[in-house]
Design a protein around this ligand. Structure first.
Ligand code: PRP
Length: 178
């Protein structure tokens, strides 16, 4: 699997250092609020697992599945909820946890959807932010790293379902796509 990687952009150490920092920041910002972390599957599962362990305050954890990319590398533009939230979020402080903010279509849709369920607040925490690709003006409240317009895999990010389990984030060799 590692032989398929062309370049590593974010090493395991960089990722863990930054997630530890985000965990500290969220713990301070949400002290006494028992936030609800909502992981957007599948991509967020590793980031959320690390982030939650770096938080030292009480929190609840939920997952939703939202899909717009299918097996390809370009967004279809149409966002679908394929697994709904398992609990009521009314009056809760919600933090949506994402592996990547790209066109912004997924998070724009989700933020609107969740806001209509009367939470106390909805904030976004995305590990990677690719501002150059944004199609809608959505901004993450907490970001791990801003990144360039490459196609990344690892740390939850996939190509055709694979590579999510790499502990670093990198790009694939071009021959892997063909
Ligand atoms: C990825 C990622 C985000 C979304 C971001 O999900 O996890 O949810 O795309 O892209 P956007 O800002 O352009 O909407 P994907 O649909 O690939 O599903 P996955 O999480 O199962 O990999």
């Amino acid at each position: 699997m590692k032989n398929d990687i062309e370049k590593i952009f974010f090493t395991e150490e960089m990722i863990q250092n930054r997630v530890r920092e985000l965990g500290r920041i969220l713990s301070a910002d949400y002290e006494g609020k028992v936030p609800l972390l909502v992981g957007v599957l599948k991509g967020s599962f590793i980031f959320l697992a690390d982030l939650a362990r770096y938080m030292d305050i009480l929190c609840d954890i939920e997952f939703m599945t939202v899909s717009s990319y299918g097996a390809g590398t370009k967004t279809s533009g149409e966002v679908k909820i394929t697994k709904a939230l398992g609990s009521v979020i009314e009056n809760r402080h919600v933090i949506v946890v994402e592996d990547i903010l790209d066109s912004g279509l997924t998070l724009e849709y989700l933020k609107k959807y969740l806001s209509e369920l009367n939470p106390a607040s909805v904030k976004i925490c995305a590990f990677l932010d690719k501002p150059s690709r944004r199609q809608v003006p959505i901004i993450a409240d907490y970001v791990g790293y801003e990144c360039t317009d490459a196609f990344y895999v690892g740390y939850g990010l996939d190509y055709a379902g694979h590579y999510r389990n790499l502990p670093f984030i990198g790009s694939l060799k071009p021959e892997i796509y063909s």
